[in-house]
Design a binder for this molecule. Structure first.
Ligand SMILES: NC(=O)c1ccc[n+]([C@@H]2O[C@H](COP(=O)([O-])OP(=O)(O)OC[C@H]3O[C@@H](n4cnc5c(N)ncnc54)[C@H](OP(=O)(O)O)[C@@H]3O)[C@@H](O)[C@H]2O)c1
Length: 359
C-alpha cells in the first residue's frame, strides 16, 4: 500500500483493532468491552513491549501489524502534584505518544482513530458548561498546563491530519473517570477511589476488623511515606494520617463544589459507538463525552458512605482546598449523535465497590 492511503472498510468483528494503553483504567475497560462484543482481532502491547515514545518502534509495529482501527488510551497520567512537579515528563511523553500514533495511523492507512483526551484541555476561566469551541480560547490551569497542552495538541493534530490528508481521526473528551484498574493510593488517587477506600477502611475500623485493615494495607499503597512505617506504627496513627478516626471520617474541603464522574465502562461503550457510527466530519473533529450533569461533592460522599455501609460521622475540613467550583462539559454536540452514558452513578459505584472488594 502506498503511504497515507486509507483502507476503506467498515468496522466488523474481524477488523484488526489496536488498543494502545490496554492495561490502564480506560484501556482495560475498552479491551473488556470489545472482547465482550465479540471483536476477535484485537491487538495490544504493554509499554515495555512497545514504547510509544519511540518513533521507529511505533512505525515498525504499524508496518508489521497494519491495524484497521486504532484507539489511543495510552498516556502519562497523574494527579495535581505529579503534573506540577514533572511538567517536562508530562509534555514530552504525551506529545511523543500521540504524535507517533497519529502519524503512524496516517502512514499505514488506518481507517479510523479514536484519540482520548480529557476535560482538562479547557481553559481555566472558560464558562460552564464547557463547549468544544472554548478549546484554546484562553490560558490553561497552571498546575496541569503541560498535560493539557499535550492533550490539546493531539486534538489539533487529528484535526490538521483530517483537513490535509482526509483522514478520519476523532477525539473524545470524557470527564473524571473511575473504574477497574483505578489508582487507590491515598496520596495520588482521584476523588472517588479515594473516598471509597477511606469509607471502607473506616467501616473496618468501626467494626474493629484489624485483620481486614492489614489486608487492605497489603493490597494498595497508602502513600504519604506511610507504607514503610506500617509494621512499626499503630494502626490508629496510620488511619488518622489518611483522615480516619474511630467513628469519624474527614473529607477535604467543604463539599460544596460540583464534579461530573463517569464510569470507565461508559467511555468504553462510547469508543465502540464512535468507531462504528460516527465520522470526524459529524462532530467537527472532537466531542465531549458527558452526561451534561454534575453533582455536589457532599452528595457523592453520601452515596459512597451508603454503598460502603459506613455508619459513623463525616467531617468536612474547610481549611483544605475545594479545587475548582465546577467543570461541567456541554452536551449539545453529543446530544445530536444518539449516544448517552448508560450507567447511573449509584450503580457504577456499587459495581466499583464490588471490584474493590475482590482485589
Ligand atoms: N483517568 C481519568 O479520570 C481520565 C479522565 C479523562 C480522560 N482520561 C484519558 O484516558 C486516557 C487513559 O487514561 P487512564 O486513566 O486509563 O491512564 P492509566 O490508567 O495511567 O493508563 C495509561 C496507559 O498508558 C500506557 N502508556 C503510558 N506510557 C506509555 C508508553 N510510553 N508506551 C506505551 N504505553 C504507554 C500504560 O501502559 P503500561 O501499563 O503497559 O505501562 C498504561 O496502561 C488518557 O488519555 C487520559 O487523558 C482519563
Amino acid at each position: 500500500m502506498s503511504v497515507g492511503k486509507r483502507r476503506i472498510m467498515d468496522l466488523n468483528k474481524d477488523s484488526k483493532i489496536y488498543i494502545a494503553g490496554h492495561r490502564g483504567m480506560v484501556g482495560s475497560a475498552i479491551l473488556r468491552k470489545f472482547q465482550k462484543e465479540g471483536y476477535s482481532n484485537l491487538i495490544y502491547k504493554t509499554s515495555s513491549e512497545l514504547d510509544l515514545i519511540r518513533q521507529n518502534e511505533v512505525e515498525n509495529f504499524f508496518e508489521r501489524e497494519k491495524p484497521d482501527f486504532v484507539i489511543n488510551a495510552a498516556a502519562k497520567v497523574g494527579g495535581i502534584v505529579a503534573n506540577n512537579t514533572y511538567p517536562a515528563e508530562f509534555i514530552y511523553q504525551n506529545l511523543m505518544i500521540s504524535t507517533n500514533l497519529i502519524h503512524s495511523c496516517y502512514l499505514f492507512g488506518v481507517k479510523k482513530l479514536i484519540n482520548l483526551g480529557s476535560s482538562c484541555i479547557y481553559p481555566k476561566n472558560a464558562p460552564n458548561p464547557l463547549k468544544e469551541e472554548y478549546l484554546l480560547s484562553s490560558e490553561f490551569e497552571k498546575t496541569n498546563e503541560a498535560y493539557a497542552l499535550s492533550k490539546a495538541t493531539a486534538i489539533k493534530l487529528c484535526e490538521f491530519y483530517n483537513r490535509e490528508y482526509g483522514t478520519n481521526y476523532i477525539s473524545l473528551m470524557p470527564p473524571n473517570l473511575f473504574g477497574e484498574n483505578d489508582n487507590f493510593n491515598m496520596q495520588t488517587a482521584h476523588l472517588l477511589p479515594m473516598l471509597l477506600r477511606r469509607f471502607h477502611l473506616a467501616k473496618l475500623y468501626e467494626n474493629n476488623d484489624i485483620d481486614g485493615i492489614k489486608n487492605d494495607f497489603s493490597k494498595n499503597p497508602l502513600g504519604w511515606n506511610l507504607d514503610e512505617k506500617i509494621s512499626n506504627t499503630p494502626i490508629s496513627e496510620l488511619l488518622k494520617k489518611i483522615g480516619i478516626e474511630k467513628g469519624k471520617v474527614t473529607v477535604w474541603g467543604d463539599g460544596s463544589v460540583y464534579r461530573e464522574l463517569m464510569y470507565s465502562n461508559d467511555v468504553a461503550d462510547a469508543c465502540l459507538y464512535f468507531l462504528k457510527n460516527i465520522d470526524a466530519k459529524d462532530i467537527n473533529n472532537f466531542v465531549n463525552i458527558t452526561s451534561g450533569k454534575d453533582i455536589q461533592v457532599k452528595n457523592i460522599v453520601q452515596i459512597v458512605k451508603n454503598i460502603v455501609g459506613y455508619q459513623g460521622e463525616i467531617v468536612y475540613d474547610k481549611t483544605k482546598p475545594n479545587g475548582v467550583q465546577r467543570k461541567l462539559m456541554d452536551a449539545t454536540r453529543l446530544n445530536s449523535l444518539d449516544w448517552k452514558p448508560k450507567i447511573s452513578l449509584e450503580s457504577a459505584i456499587e459495581d466499583f465497590y464490588k471490584i474493590y472488594l475482590s482485589l
